[in-house]
Design a protein around this ligand. Structure first.
Ligand SMILES: [Fe+2]
Length: 189
């Protein structure tokens, strides 16, 4: 049964969690059930326009909340069928909960010694599909890619320690073994 839980209530809980001084591990642990609750209570906050995606980018990034200093950022992200992201990191912790549809994630590890700027060698280490209400919690440094293998647009709820365009994070090209800055287009900006 879906219980009511608004993004405003989620943000209040995020602020309380941060004020408690929780470290990253504790933050992710405590955020898991909150993210699941928000995802299952989508009727309280998900709008039809959150399904809109940028055809060039392959997905649509809808900012639901960020603090004035860009911390505690919450997004609804819509994924077009057969589209996704290259492998990337976040430059902060990240918690993702499935809201509508299944999203496939691949996880990678860096295997180079990071001595050469712009050069990165990755090894795929795992893969998992996340359905509605399932939560993926990633410490800073996690590298993953997301892909929508379904025939419909999917939506997931994303919570980050900091707005992902303000963390100097990276995307990775597996074939070129390249690391480059990763900025996303945010809807309405
Ligand atoms: Fe990500």
């Amino acid at each position: 049964m879906a219980t009511s839980y608004s993004i405003a209530e989620l943000v209040e809980d995020l602020r309380r969690l941060r004020a408690s001084g929780a470290d990253e591990r504790e933050t992710l642990k405590q955020l898991r059930p909150l993210a699941e609750r928000a995802a299952r209570a989508k009727d309280a906050w998900l709008r039809q326009d959150h399904y809109e995606a940028d055809p060039q980018q392959g997905f649509g990034v809808h900012l639901l909340h960020e603090e004035p200093d860009h911390s505690l950022a919450v997004f609804a992200i819509a994924w077009l069928p057969d589209r996704g992201t290259p492998p990337h990191d976040h430059g902060t912790w990240a918690v993702v909960a499935g809201v509508d549809g299944v999203e496939k994630n691949e996880f990678y590890e860096r295997v180079d010694d990071r001595s050469q700027p712009g050069h990165a060698e990755l090894k795929r280490v795992a893969g998992k599909s996340f359905d509605v209400g399932e939560v993926l919690a990633m410490p800073a440094g996690t590298i993953h890619s997301v892909w929508n293998e379904t025939k419909a647009t999917t939506v997931s709820l994303h919570i980050y320690g900091r707005h992902i365009n303000h963390t100097a994070r990276s995307q990775f090209d597996l074939e070129k073994q390249a690391e480059t800055p990763y900025l996303v287009k945010v809807a309405g900006q």
